[in-house]
Design a protein. Structure first.
Length: 180
C-alpha cells in the first residue's frame, strides 16, 4: 500500500495592483500550467503593463518554494516546478469623478486587482523517463505503416493511377431575336 503524498504549493500574492482584473488575466492565462522557467520567459517578454509585476511575483513564489523547502528539509527540484494557480481577483474600486458638460460630473471607477500565484512540483509518474541513460542500448526504430501498405498494393497487383478530370463541356448560348 502506497501512501499518497500531497504535493506542496508555494504561493505569492500581489495586492492592490492598479490594473483591471481583466487585463491582468490576459498575462496570467499565458503562464498558467507552464514550467517556471518557460513562465518567467513568457512574463519577461509579454507586452503588457502588468507583465513585470507578474514576473516579479513568479520569482517571489519560486523563492518562497526554495525557502520553505530548505526550512522543512524537503527535497525540492526547482526545474520540476510549474505554475499551478494564477488568479486575478477583484480588489476595491476607487470612485472618481470626471467633469462633464454644463457643470455636471460623471462617475467612473478605477479597478484594483489582487493577483495570486501558486507553484507546485510536478509529480513523476511511474514508467515516465525523465533522463536518458546513454549506457542503455538503443532500441530498434519502429517500422512505419507505409511499407506494409506498399507490399499489399504490390501483392494485389493494383496501383494507384491518377484520376483525370473529364474535359469541361462547352456551354452553348442562344441569342434571342428581338421582336421589332
Amino acid at each position: 500500500m502506497s501512501m499518497a503524498v500531497a504535493t506542496r504549493e508555494y504561493r505569492a500574492e500581489a495586492k492592490f495592483q492598479r490594473v483591471s482584473p481583466q487585463k491582468a488575466r490576459l498575462v496570467l492565462e499565458l503562464i498558467k500550467g507552464r514550467g517556471v522557467q518557460e513562465a518567467l520567459d513568457t512574463a519577461a517578454f509579454a507586452r503588457k503593463r502588468i507583465a513585470p509585476v507578474v514576473h516579479k511575483l513568479l520569482t517571489s513564489a519560486i523563492d518562497n518554494a526554495k525557502y520553505v523547502a530548505g526550512e522543512e528539509g524537503i527535497d525540492l527540484d526547482v526545474d520540476n516546478l510549474y505554475v499551478k494557480l494564477a488568479v486575478a481577483n477583484d480588489g476595491p474600486r476607487m470612485k472618481r469623478i470626471r467633469p462633464a458638460p454644463m457643470g455636471r460630473a460623471y462617475r467612473y471607477q478605477r479597478r484594483l486587482t489582487h493577483i495570486v500565484l501558486s507553484v507546485a512540483e510536478r509529480e513523476s509518474e511511474k514508467g515516465l523517463v525523465t533522463k536518458v541513460d546513454e549506457s542503455a542500448p538503443a532500441s530498434e526504430p519502429a517500422k512505419t505503416g507505409k511499407a506494409t501498405k506498399t507490399k499489399a498494393a504490390v501483392k494485389s497487383g493494383k496501383s494507384k493511377a491518377k484520376a483525370t478530370k473529364p474535359a469541361p463541356k462547352k456551354a452553348t448560348t442562344t441569342k434571342k431575336k428581338s421582336g421589332k
